[in-house]
Ligand binder design. Structure first.
Ligand code: IMP
Ligand code: MG
Length: 422
């Protein structure tokens, strides 16, 4: 399989967790390199449904190593809860989980600041998951963050934490928010730290040893291309590099050791949170929600939905270097008779084929659509590409062509066997 980065080519929730779980069968090590527990990866294995936020989806397959890399921001209390949840489902978590000592900690004041800033923004809010992701990455960049390695040294951790809480409580106070208690946070975090101690190590060294031993790595991207802090619809983005480059910096695996980028995209588009979304369409939203689809795995929010946007996915191919394309949720369009696909934007009188980097300009873009015939047949039973109705085959191939990658996978349902490999 070679070392593969899997990225979301849209606004997140492309079904990456399911595809990762499917690909993990052939990989040896699964690596998370960015984001935190803002992510929600839903995986159905057998008859059980798992929602993972921080632990790589590879954990569900025995014998696979799962690495939480240095680029991740991690709430230790949330990781402990997630480990317990996974163990309760009789899945082994031991030597198969490794956590970077350089991963930054998400602390309660990050969550409170995230909430306070959103509240202060009022209508201009980002619509974050309120998991403290932005403030945690801000601390990392400001060089005022605490890391997993600090948590492994209780005395040092407590000293640093006391200073950080003092400063952050002053900021929280300015927002009119409640301060946090040093004693409580210190106890909770140190306790979680002790549970996590066996997993914490220098994951860069581990990954390089794995590479030397010829093991295959799979990088599990979280969120999607247009939530990237640099390349997304800033400021309506998350705070990490969700695009392929983030996998290298977020893990310490050099770019030239990565062989392939797989872009995952839905057969339509969704977005949670605020921000521009040119192909948003109420009818598609209503239809998908009525089918019980498109509710957020982390926050339960109804996702905004719209037509497939090939201007966006084509740009995603540029930024990520997408070689192969996985199209998910094809079955979501089983009942649509004429399907629209956005192939350009009109910006004023100009036709453009690249999303403007300014979110206001993007918000004003009018999509230019082509129409493709639907298939009006259930596809969830298809197991081979040939099983799909001809119009569904043509649709999937067209999306890959417009995106600029090779169609490699089509997914027609949440179960492992509802995955068609081309
Ligand atoms: P944050 O990452 O919680 O700061 O949220 C910033 C933006 O990214 C918001 O629009 C969120 O809804 C969105 N976001 C963050 N994580 C995910 C995800 O895993 N899937 C989809 N959207 C996400
Ligand atoms: Mg998700």
């Amino acid at each position: 399989m070679a070392n593969t980065i899997l990225v979301g080519a849209q606004w997140g929730d492309e079904g990456k967790g399911k595809i990762i779980d499917f690909l993990t069968e052939k990989a040896d090590v699964v690596v998370r390199s960015q984001g935190g527990n803002n992510a929600g990866h839903t995986v159905i294995a057998g008859d059980k449904k798992y929602v993972l936020h921080l632990i790589p989806s590879g954990i569900l397959r025995p014998g696979k190593a799962c690495v939480i890399g240095n680029g991740v921001v991690l709430d230790p209390v949330a990781v402990v809860a997630e480990i317990e949840g996974v163990r309760a489902a009789k899945i082994k978590v031991g030597k198969n989980l490794l956590i970077s000592d350089c991963a930054h900690l998400v602390l309660p004041y990050h969550r409170l600041l995230d909430e306070a800033r959103e509240l202060a923004k009022g209508k201009g809010k980002i619509g974050t998951t309120k998991r403290g992701i932005g403030p945690a990455y801000a601390d990392k960049a400001s060089r005022t963050g605490l890391r997993m390695g600090d948590l492994m040294q209780p005395e040092l951790f407590s000293k640093k934490l006391a200073l950080r809480i003092k400063e952050n409580n002053a900021v929280l106070k300015a927002f009119g928010a409640k301060p946090v208690s040093f004693k409580k946070v210190n106890e909770e975090y140190l306790a979680a730290g002790e549970v996590l101690r066996p997993f914490v190590c220098n994951t860069v060294v581990y990954l390089h040893e794995a590479l030397k031993a010829g093991k295959e790595l799979l990088f599990e991207g979280a969120q999607g291309t247009f939530l990237d802090i640099d390349h997304g619809t800033y400021p309506y983005v998350t705070s990490s590099n969700t695009t392929a480059g983030g996998a290298a910096t977020g893990s310490g695996v050099p770019p030239h050791r990565i062989d392939r980028v797989l872009g995952v995209m839905k057969a339509y588009t969704t977005r949670v949170g605020e921000g521009p979304f040119p192909t948003e369409n109420d009818q598609i939203s209503d239809m998908l929600h009525a089918m019980g689809r498109e509710f957020g795995a982390t926050t339960g929010r109804a996702r905004r939905c719209g037509w497939f946007d090939a201007v966006a996915t084509h740009f995603a191919t540029m930024v990520n270097g997408i070689d192969d394309v996985a199209i998910t949720n094809l079955d979501g369009l089983d009942t649509v008779d004429v399907i629209k696909v956005c192939v350009g934007y009109k910006s004023g009188r100009k036709k453009i084929d690249v999303p403007p980097s300014d979110f206001l300009q993007l918000a004003e873009c009018e999509p230019v659509y082509i129409e493709l015939p639907g298939w009006l047949t259930p596809t969830s039973g298809a197991r081979k590409f040939e099983d799909l109705p001809p119009n569904a085959q043509a649709y999937a191939l067209k999306l890959a062509e417009l995106t600029g990658g090779r169609l490699a996978i089509v997914s027609v349902g949440a179960h492992r066997d509802q995955t068609i490999l081309l």
